[in-house]
Design a protein around this ligand. Structure first.
Ligand code: ATP
Ligand code: MG
Length: 355
């Protein structure tokens, strides 16, 4: 500009500008969170990578806009290119207890049967995988396993060196007792056997590194919930409820079970919302228990068809309202566990607690 000294763009000015951008959920700036990586300046053009704690971050759009707005104040700024990357940190306690490299283990639960736990588990797992995360799905419904059918893959590969190899479909690795038992001969098991079966499906499987392990629980408040909580440190439980008040009472029992087991409640999903069952119980349940409401999944025939045919709705009809709702819930769950992990990290001090 006339009369003004032309200032070159430096790393310092760019970082200074980006240090005014606040990560919307962690309430701290992107620079002090060490999220700005690979900054390159070429003439007046700026390129950098934002390193997220989950690839399924729901607030990329907002952060992108906030960064561009902050950089607009830098004199002579040229083209801005923002790349995205994500790193879900390994959970050291899971490594110590199971010898597995998982970022987060997340249980999907409800006190009630038939509310859609398995459907939610499958569609959340696939949505997370679509966002770029490595995802496993454990069918912890030992006596009534449905995951292989819903994933469209009834067989697992042969074991290697006495380790089970998970099946894989729709970008998700999964394991189920259905692979190891005869559906014509229903099992009658006692608690200790259930416990060892769940443990085996966690430990004796070559899962490989996973960002998220989604765990589909059987209905109820009993042995499986207890075994799971005793076997590994869960990041938390997502409670599924139907939209009517009576169903929410059962979901509440499920929620309280996890509270008793000292497993964090991540939040509530309402499933099968719409004209038939109404809507509302999920939100009320979340509010009454001071937890997050992740949203509602509408009742749609294609959700059921997707489960029955092994082609879940998030892959079969990704543009449907239900698929979009699943993707939205998945990114909120991922954001929630990221935030909880950082908040529990003693070296992390949220900005509102500083000074
Ligand atoms: N949003 C939805 N719209 C339509 N049908 C749905 C929806 N969610 C689940 N269903 C259907 O409802 C039935 C029960 O769902 P699902 O098996 O996932 O429930 P569950 O809670 O895992 O049951 P269980 O307690 O027996 O394990 C299935 O046939 C499924 O396809
Ligand atoms: Mg189920």
């Amino acid at each position: 500009m006339f009369g003004k000294k032309k200032s070159g763009i430096t790393e310092e000015v760019v970082m200074q500008a980006l240090s005014t951008v606040i990560e919307p959920e962690l309430h701290r700036d992107l620079v002090s969170l060490n999220m700005i990586r690979e900054l390159e300046i070429s003439g007046n053009d700026v390129t950098f990578t934002i390193m997220l704690t989950t690839p399924a971050c729901p607030l990329k759009g907002k952060m992108d806009g906030d960064c561009r707005a902050a950089l607009a104040h830098v004199q002579n700024i040229g083209e801005i290119t923002i790349n995205w990357d994500a790193n879900v940190p390994e959970n050291q306690r899971i490594r110590d207890q199971l010898g597995q490299n998982f970022g987060h283990a997340i249980a999907i639960a409800s006190g009630k049967g038939g509310v859609g736990k398995s459907t939610v588990s499958v569609n959340l797992a696939i949505s997370l995988a679509k966002s770029g995360a490595s995802v496993g799905l454990l069918d912890a419904d030992i006596l009534g396993p449905n995951i292989p059918m819903m994933m469209g893959q009834p067989k697992m590969p042969p074991p290697q060196n006495k380790k089970l190899i998970p099946a894989e479909s729709h970008g998700v690795k999964f394991i189920s007792m259905a692979f190891l038992s005869d559906p014509e001969k229903p099992m009658i098991w006692r608690g200790p056997m259930l416990h060892s079966a769940i443990r085996q499906l966690l430990v004796d499987v070559l899962w490989g590194p996973l960002d998220y392990l989604i765990i589909d629980l059987p209905p109820g408040t009993g042995d499986a919930q207890l075994s799971l909580a005793q076997t590994l440190p869960l990041s938390g439980a997502v409670i599924v409820t139907q939209p009517m008040a009576v169903a929410a009472t059962d979901a509440l029992r499920g929620l309280k079970t996890f509270e008793t087991l000292k497993v964090p409640i991540l939040g509530v999903v309402e499933n099968m919302s719409g004209e038939f069952f109404g809507t509302g119980a999920g939100q009320i349940l979340a509010e009454q228990n001071e937890t997050e409401y992740f949203g509602s999944i509408p009742m749609e025939a294609n959700v059921r068809v997707g489960g029955d045919s092994g082609n879940p709705i998030v892959t079969a009809y990704p543009d449907s309202a239900a698929a979009k709702a699943f993707a939205d819930v998945a990114s909120k769950v991922a954001a929630r566990v990221s935030v909880m992990t950082l908040m529990n990290d003693s070296s992390f001090i949220p900005i509102e607690m500083v000074g």
